[in-house]
Design a protein around this ligand. Structure first.
Ligand code: TEU
Ligand code: CA
Length: 616
């Protein structure tokens, strides 16, 4: 079917190339510089389309997908507290980010997702917002924000903000009022209930240990907090709350930001009866919290009132949403969100703070299932790390000196060639590793501290067991400061001490080394990102897992008509002789993570963590 991507793309105003696909043929042509950008009149787009392809009357698609800038983007997450300190107070800040924009541009990423930068007392490092229209003083001023945004735009990158609206800080003006009296005009901004025979109103538990209810002395009633006590849940059933949220979203969108990552967005709707969660949700309450009755009504309303009026990218943090339910949030015909983060891959083997054994076939099955659930009206994400999870190389790779680089590159290959918009977490482009925590005092995270009190101090688990597990799973693993160079504190800060200790391996693992070394993980990311950008099959192409049961090799194809790619990853620290399944062509290597020529036969001798992309 002939398609008219040129029309579509030039309207969405971001891509710098013209695509026309017809039957099995896909080709790229350069659009002259003068024709790019917002000034291009629509009629010219039409003329360009008509000269490129024959009109078929259908909406422009590529392999059935509507091309969109956010489907083609590579996103990089910044955790501002840990990215770069500009003023020597030991805390990362916005000026620090501005000073590193060239580094990100050189890496090749298109979009920055900034973890919360709003005014906050930092009970949960900014995920507890006190004022949505103010910049956290430690991070700088609104002028610093505007300057940073300008720098991002000048480099043709985009900015996503973190929208945290399931809850606020208890120091937010709304909650300060709300807790004063039952008849306070802000009472209904939050969820208040009387206790049940001197106990909390129901059995709901907080993700940060204990009950999700806290009794407040002023009125004796309890308020709901699915996270910390200092993070009271907003009452989305109150239309005033929803309008406040829509207003603050517009405030930032009108400044020119390009969308939102939405924190625990499926939790916003609660059953007003607030029933106990059934026994079967024990240990997996997120699935209960994400199943509120009005979540889709509210997201659709948000889309109608705000999102539909801007050219934005939205990605919902959908903790508790199963793969089966994903289309309900992201099917484009439903007008809710563009994408969500599904947690099945990243939480594989996780049981609270413990990591149990998991297998590669289980991991591969997540991506196959995701692909089966998402048709061409849906779009997914790929991520293997973020600020709530350990370092990717320590979690899914091998962070020993022997295989750290190779395994980080193999995982990068997977991240950038699977189907869905890829998200890179800061420092993963350097293959930064988990931190060697030894004692509870090494941690900052409220989740860690609360569980210590609830489980270790009550003698349910031993300190050794807990700390050994946290070395593998703690959120603080990914929150240690970025390692910029081999100077003190990894060049993150000039202060004697950073807010959270820098990993002692910063002498060897740092950006200065990586940028100087052509074989570094950083430069490999650069090549992968560049390859993805010029290869529509890696974005819109079909995905097929060739060997779902193989215990250590992940082999899959990405195909778009005549453009066919085979990705082979040895995700283990053992060499493997891999026999490509009968009938599958191999072709020639276009990118690999190890030097050395490999002949294109169907018997592949894979060293530990070898990763290869073939064109066949
Ligand atoms: O996280 C939501 C979430 O439910 C989990 O990922 C959680 O942080 C934890 O790992 C459960 O064990 C989001 C944010 O990403 C996280 O940083 C915040 O702490 C949380 O919401 C509250 O805002
Ligand atoms: Ca600072």
């Amino acid at each position: 079917m002939p398609v008219f991507d040129a029309f579509f793309r030039l309207h969405s105003l971001t891509p710098s190339r013209l695509v026309c696909s017809s039957h099995d043929l896909v080709y790229y042509r350069s659009v002259p510089k003068s024709l790019q950008g917002p000034s291009l009149p629509s009629f010219l787009c039409v003329v360009l389309c008509l000269t490129s392809c024959a009109w078929g009357g259908d909406a422009p698609t590529l392999n059935g997908y509507r091309p969109q800038w956010w489907k083609e983007a590579v996103v990089y997450q910044i955790y501002p507290r840990s990215f770069k300190d500009s003023n020597g107070d030991g805390i990362g800040d916005l000026k620090g980010i501005s000073s590193k924009l060239d580094y990100l541009k050189d890496l090749g990423v298109d979009v920055i997702w900034l973890s919360p930068h709003f005014d906050s007392p930092n009970a949960d490092n900014g995920y507890d917002i006190r004022d949505y229209r103010k910049v956290m003083a430690e991070f700088g001023t609104m002028a610093d924000f505007d300057e940073m945004l300008k720098g991002i735009k000048q480099r043709h990158m985009k900015l996503l903000l973190d929208l945290v609206v399931n809850h606020t800080s208890d120091e937010h003006a709304w909650f300060v009022e709300s807790r004063k009296a039952k008849d306070n005009p802000y009472r209904d901004y939050y969820i208040w209930r009387a206790g049940r025979d001197g106990n909390p109103p129901n059995n709901w538990s907080s993700f940060f240990s204990g009950s999700a209810w806290k009794q407040d002395p002023a009125t004796g009633e309890y308020y709901l907090h699915l996270f910390a006590e200092k993070q009271p849940d907003l009452n989305w059933d109150n239309p005033k709350v929803r309008n406040e949220v829509y207003d603050l979203m517009k405030f930032w969108l009108d400044k020119g930001v390009d969308g939102f990552r939405m924190d625990v967005i499926p939790f916003i709707s609660k059953d007003p009866a607030l029933p106990d969660y059934p026994k079967e949700y024990e240990g997996r309450v997120q699935y209960f919290y994400a199943a509120g009755p009005k979540v889709h009504d509210y997201i659709r309303e948000m889309n109608r009132e705000v999102l539909s009026q801007y050219d934005v990218m939205t990605v919902g943090e959908a903790f508790g949403v199963s793969l089966e339910q994903t289309p309900l949030l992201v099917d484009e015909r439903r007008n809710e969100l563009n994408m969500i983060f599904n947690f099945d891959a990243i939480r594989l083997g996780r049981q609270s703070w413990r990591l149990n054994p998991w297998t590669l076939p289980e991991l591969k099955a997540v991506y196959t299932k995701l692909d089966q659930k998402l048709d061409a009206h849906n779009w997914g994400t790929v991520f293997l790390s973020n600020h709530d999870n350990p370092r990717v190389v320590s979690r899914f790779g091998d962070d020993s000196p022997q295989y750290r680089v190779a395994s980080a590159k193999a995982l990068a290959t997977m991240l950038l060639t699977l189907k869905g918009t890829p998200f890179i977490y800061q420092g993963d482009e350097l293959a930064m590793t988990n931190y060697p925590f030894t004692k509870i005092e090494d941690f900052n995270d409220i989740e860690v501290k609360n569980a210590w009190k609830a489980e270790v101090l009550t003698h349910q688990v031993t300190a050794e067991d807990y700390i050994a597990s946290l070395r593998k799973t703690s959120r603080d693993n990914s929150r240690t400061p970025m390692q910029w160079d081999d100077s003190a504190n990894g060049g993150f800060t000039t202060a004697p001490k950073a807010w959270l200790a820098v990993n002692p391996n910063s002498n060897e693992i740092n950006a200065k080394q990586a940028v100087a070394d052509p074989d570094s993980v950083y430069h490999y990311f650069q090549k992968l990102i560049a390859l993805r950008k010029k290869t529509p099959a890696l974005v819109y192409g079909d995905y097929k897992d060739l060997d779902p049961q193989h215990p250590s090799v992940f082999a899959y194809t990405r195909t778009l008509g005549a453009l066919r790619y085979l990705v082979v990853l040895n995700l283990s620290s053992q060499a493997v002789t891999y026999l490509v399944p009968a009938g599958q062509k191999v072709g020639s290597v276009i990118l690999s993570n190890r030097p050395g020529k490999e002949s294109a036969t169907s018997v592949l001798r894979l060293r530990p963590w070898d990763a290869r992309i073939y064109r066949f």
